[in-house]
Structures are given as structure tokens and as C-alpha cells.
Design a protein. Sequence first.
Length: 367
Amino acid sequence: MKITAAVTREAGADFTIEDIELEEPRDNEVLVRIVGAGVCHTDIAARDQELPTQLPAVLGHEGSGVVEKVGSNVTSVKPGDHVVLSYTFCEQCKPCDHDHINYCQSFAPLNFVGMRADGSSALSKNGERVAGHFFGQSSFASYALAYENNVVKVRDDAPLELLGPLGCGIQTGAGTMMRSFACEAGSAAAVVGGGAVGLSAVLGAVVQGCNPIIVIEPHANRRELALSLGATHVIDPLNGEDVTEKLREICPNGIDYALDTTGLQSAITSVYNAMAAAGTIGLVGVPKPDKPNLEFGVLNMLLCGVNIKGICEGDAIPSEFIPVMVDLFMEGKFPFDKLCQTFDFKDINDAVAAQHKGSCIKAVLKV
């Protein structure tokens, strides 16, 4: 079938809106008419060839839409269902068998490369192969083929065009607080970075009843937004104050849970030195390529039991967690829409530019 898609043809180049061909769904696949798609930093990393994604490609991995057709083996969704698309996984490896699907041993080839497990792609243009299946969806398009295991049914009364970011970025931030950390009410939480993932973590910390909730962010507009979302304190790391001392002033007993979204050594060290005994730091930010390694004082780990953990997708299971976030949103307890700004699909390059400049927290394309 003919579809319209935003195609990435060269590293770092603008997306081009093109008509391409999409195959019919296979036995375990689901055809989804896309109505909304979030723009995530991972899409830009793939466009810029920081990930092993084949080009030309259709990216997009925060899609939402309506099921149009299902393969013969699909039983969990049917045509007409409203769905959010998330990441895919093999269902066969040890992590998948133990409900750690976000650490699937085939996560990278299944989600980053741009093809099915058998090496094929459902996308083409005039006989030219176009890489698809990015995160099992490639949702920068009018239609996408997903798999049964990464399609999550959601309630019909929720604003479907906004729900796509729940499949990755917002799931990562909120899931860290609500699933990976499972923060206790009254625990002290800190978030480094006030982007979409960091502010989603604030939303999750509020749901968990954390107090205080501290956001470390250099941009004033994002600090203000953090406060409006439920943060109790904000810190500007560029105003000359010692961030560790400021954290200790707010939390004399230290921070119980901290999430870093920046990958910056200086930012992580400032929080690390303010952690409570047996506190946990979660890392979701990727360090710059020229400084890929981080250093931590071992004595703090040994004497204080500080834990450091890498976190993928908030350690959440999308089929369980996405409906929870939708329900909380509909109850007025999870206002992730305050992070979102919508753009017409044809204006995808404007959306990317606005997000890069920081004038937009989370761009969502209306398809």
C-alpha cells in the first residue's frame, strides 16, 4: 500500500516527506494508522548515524494510532483499537523470560538497525529498499507495521494523538521513579536535566509521593515548568553555587533516589556526593562520544552503599505501564501534556529544530 513517510536519506540531513510502499502485515504484525508520533533524541541519533541504522530509513518510535489490520496470529488487538507503540523484543532470551524485556539480548538489532529479524524490510520506493521497523514501528509515517508484542491497547476516551511519547521518553522518566526505583512516599528524589525524560521523572516522583523533589537544570523556563509539575526545589547549576552543598542543604540526610539524564560527569558527581546511605543513582543520559566513560569514588560505594544502575525504558513493561500512565493522566494526576507541543507532520524539520533549540520540550507530530 502507498503511505506517506518522513524519510532519512543522509546522515544529518533534513527529513524528506515522500510517498513510499508498505507491505501487508505478516502473521505476527499489526498495521496501524498513525495519528501522532513523538520526536525523541534517539530518532535524531539514528538520523545522524550515531546508531547503526541503515539508510535510507523511516524513523519514529513514539507512535500512536488506530489498528487497521492484524496478522493471522494476532489475538491481543483488533481493527479499531486505539494503541500506543513501544519497543519490540525477541521473547526468547533469558532477560525476556524473566520479564526484563527492556534488556532483551536482541534489543539493538531488533530496534535500531531498521529491519525484521530475518533481515527484510516492509518499506520500499520504486524498488529501492527503505529501512523500516525502527523500534518495531517506524512511525514517522501515515501507516506503520508493528508487532503484536509492541502494540499496547489504550482506552478510547484518551487524546490518542498525544499518547505516543508514553511509549519511550515519558515511559523512561516516569518508569524510573515508579518502576525501576519504586520510590517510597517521603523519599528524597533528585533529577538532573529538565528535558522530556527528566520532567517525566518529576511526574513519576509526584505520583510516588516523593518529598523533596529537586530538579537541577540551567534553563529558567524549564525550572519554572518543573515547579509547576510538582518539583519542590530547583537548582541552577550555572549560577556559581556548589550543587552538592545545595543538595545537602535541602536534604541533610542525603538523596535517596537520583536520575541523571545528561551523561555529564560534573553533574553526576555533584549528585553522587550528596547521596544518602544506600541511595540509588539511575543513569539514562548518554555521555559524549569523546568522553564515553564516567568516574565514581569507590569509597562512597563501599562505606555508604550507594548504588549506580543503568536504566533502559524505565524498567517498565509497556503493556502494563502505558495504560497506568494513561489512567493517571485522565484522572488529572499525570499532566504529561504540559511537556508537549504539537506540529503538523509535514513540519517535522521545524519540530526537530524547536526541540534542539530548547523552545519545545517534547515535539509531537500530528499525522
